[in-house]
Design a protein around this ligand. Structure first.
Ligand SMILES: Nc1ncnc2c1ncn2[C@@H]1O[C@H](COP(=O)(O)OP(=O)(O)OP(=O)(O)O)[C@@H](O)[C@H]1O
Length: 634
């Protein structure tokens, strides 16, 4: 039996091939050995290394070095694949960045809220939307606003998130990014950003997506941390701060944090809580905690109106692709702005009125930032968040109602100004067409590069799996970890990550399949099974104590060497490789040889007179007995 790697599959060789191999030594160097196998050479759609075959059919000591070589070869192969993966990923990053730059670093989308049962006058003609434009007004005066995309009333959360995904990818690639929802109160900003239990919004989806992307990108390692704050009545409140012990029953958030900006426009918030989020479950937990601390009030317009701007910041740290590369950090901001409102209309009084005023004031500050960016002024407040090098996605929300027309026009005009920051917008039609063409070409190329990345990731997973299986075999047969494992403990770790734990492979199915392949009269009796188990235990114990130089201990002549179709060897592997299945990125399950019940399980032919040799007289007797019992049937 051989564990072999090649472009897309793991090949288990049949016993016939094994037998032809066993007669030649060293096994695997025989050219006939490769005859009849599918070609290993590179195919055009698989830019992978041609890989060799490694024979682990052997426990005899003289083949130990071959197993070592095989492990080394697999390790070298993985290193080379990883380096290819890094350069392909670099290509992908460049392409994505180019696409986003051409599309415009500030993209503005508009989402039209559906009618709610609370809406009084439902006149659909007040606001009409097309693919990339919104027309508002009644018969007399009609105004048109163009956007990168318009989500009509029936658009769902998934439709919106599709447009956010490239920005997330860009953030993972090391660029700062910001997604923010703007609009009149009650138009669905919180619905878009946060969503509901059954219709999750951008933030929960983005958190999930980040972890998903990272799990499929094995070429780099990432860490995430999260902060949440709100701008409430002009103050910054830390939403993730732990409550002071003396005021356990109150939802107290740390108030009045200071914003620090450096001359480059980088923003830092002094004393802001930043929590590590190692996985999606933890991220969701912290996000829920922050949401609970957010300030909401009832108003005439929205029964759970957010009375603040809520900001979620994810700091993404990407460790260098190579050990000497510098780690990179980028920030992803997701912002649910408080609703702009006409204070009279909301019926707000007292404290709620103050909240509304504060929101309007800070939104006008945002307007100043946008105006400064548009006029390309020397000093732009918070340039780092909304400016050069950052990818920004603004989602302006509008109501479909006739009664809200005035606010709708205000919101759309604000969005139009934001859109005008990007000079690309003023291109003439023919240049716009050329730009669209270029974007679709780049998108097509990127899809190809992504496919290449996926194939490489698959190949790495498979090779890693084989490597770990070979290492287990080595450790079991020789009782020591191989030297390569000792030299590269981190590789060992990688292999562990990629092997998906599956429920234990029980003894039963293996036995069943062996029995199925044996003639009925050869089915073992209870007594013989007990004897066999005892012999197997003995073998395992002996195998564990094997050390380099004790070559005679497990030596068996010719084709009687331990094979995967041999129960003793199955038992060895059963003990050494518990989790011997893994899934590649396509979700395909790859089984380790020892579990591959579909592999030919022909009983090994055991000609009379062939006896197992061992330097240990006790073991020799046991194996000899076992062999004689089997040979009696032949
Ligand atoms: N696309 C949508 N589909 C279904 N329901 C929506 C949609 N958009 C908004 N809603 C509903 O409209 C109501 C108001 O939405 P939401 O609270 O998200 O508005 P908002 O803009 O965040 O308001 P505020 O600024 O006052 O916080 C909610 O009941 C929400 O469920």
């Amino acid at each position: 039996m051989l564990i072999a790697t090649k472009t897309e599959q793991i090949t288990l060789l049949s016993n016939d091939v094994k037998e032809s191999l066993a007669s030649s030594s060293p096994v695997g160097s025989n050219p006939d050995f490769f005859n009849g196998l599918p070609p290993v050479s590179d195919s055009p759609d698989s830019p992978l290394l041609s890989t060799g075959f490694c024979d682990v059919n052997v426990v005899p000591e003289h083949e130990k070095s071959q197993l070592e070589q095989c492990i080394q070869k697999l390790q070298g192969e993985i290193d080379e694949l990883r380096s290819m993966q890094r350069s392909v990923d670099e290509k992908r990053r460049e392409m994505l960045n180019k696409i986003l730059d051409i599309k415009g670093t500030i993209r503005v989308f508009c989402r039209v809220r559906p009618f709610l049962w609370t809406d009084k006058r439902r006149t659909p003609e007040s606001v009409s939307s097309e693919l990339d434009r919104v027309v508002v007004g009644s018969c007399g005066s009609r105004k048109e606003f163009g956007f990168d995309k318009v989500f009509h009333q029936e658009a769902n959360q998934e439709d919106v998130f599709v447009e956010v995904e490239p920005i997330l990818r860009s953030a993972l690639d090391g660029h700062n990014a910001c997604v923010f929802a703007y609009g009149q109160t009650g138009t669905g900003k919180t619905f878009t950003m946060d969503g509901t239990m059954d219709q999750p919004g951008i933030v929960p989806r983005a958190l999930k997506e980040l972890f998903q992307q990272v799990s499929s990108n094995k070429s780099s390692s990432f860490t995430f941390s999260m902060s949440m704050l709100e701008v409430y009545l002009g103050n910054l409140r830390d939403l993730l701060a732990s409550k002071p012990a003396s005021r356990d029953n109150e939802t107290v958030a740390k108030c009045n944090l200071n914003i620090q900006t450096d001359p480059k426009g980088s923003v830092e918030i002094e004393g802001l809580t930043q929590v590590e989020i190692p996985d999606f479950a933890k991220a969701r937990w912290w996000y829920a905690k922050g949401r609970r601390a957010r300030s909401t009030s009832w108003t005439n317009v929205n029964e759970a109106s957010s009375r603040s701007h809520c900001l979620i910041r994810i700091v993404i740290s990407r460790l260098g692709d190579t050990p000497d590369a510098k780690p990179k950090a980028s920030k992803l901001w997701m912002v649910d702005l408080g609703g702009s409102e006409r204070l009279l209309k909301t019926g707000a009084t007292g404290h709620t009125l103050d909240e509304g005023r504060a929101i309007n004031l800070s939104l006008s500050a945002l307007g100043d930032v946008i105006a400064a960016l548009r006029r390309k002024r020397g000093h732009v407040p918070y340039r780092q968040v909304l400016g050069v090098g950052s990818k920004i996605l603004m989602l302006v929300h509008i109501s479909p109602c006739h009664d809200d027309l005035e606010e709708t026009i205000c919101s759309l005009s604000f969005a139009k100004r934001a859109k005008a920051i990007d000079s690309n917008r003023r291109l003439p039609e023919d240049l716009k067409k050329l730009r669209e063409k270029r974007i679709s070409e780049l998108e097509e190329n990127m899809r190809e590069v992504e496919e290449e990345c996926r194939k490489l990731a698959n190949q790495i997973s498979r090779t890693d799996f084989l490597l770990s299986e070979n290492r287990k075999l080595y450790a079991t047969a020789y009782g020591i970890p191989d030297k390569i494992v000792e030299k590269n403990p981190e590789n060992c770790h990688d292999a562990k990550i990629q092997v998906v734990e599956t429920p234990r492979v029980t003894k039963k199915p293996i036995q069943q399949s062996i029995h199925r392949s044996l003639p009925r009269f050869m089915t073992s009796t209870v007594a013989s099974r007990e004897r066999q188990i005892a012999a197997e235990r003995e073998i395992i114990a002996r195998a564990r104590t094997l050390r380099p130089g004790t070559r005679s201990s497990m030596q068996v002549p010719g084709f009687q060497s331990l094979s995967f179709s041999d129960n003793r060897f199955r038992s060895l592997l059963r003990h050494s490789t518990r989790s011997s299945r893994f899934k590649d990125t396509n979700g395909q399950t790859i089984e380790s040889p020892k579990c591959n019940d579909s592999a030919p399980t022909k009983p090994t032919s055991s000609p009379r007179g062939k006896v197992v040799t061992s330097s240990d007289p006790n073991l020799r007797v046991k194996l000899g007995h076992h062999r004689r019992r089997m040979s009696d049937f032949v």
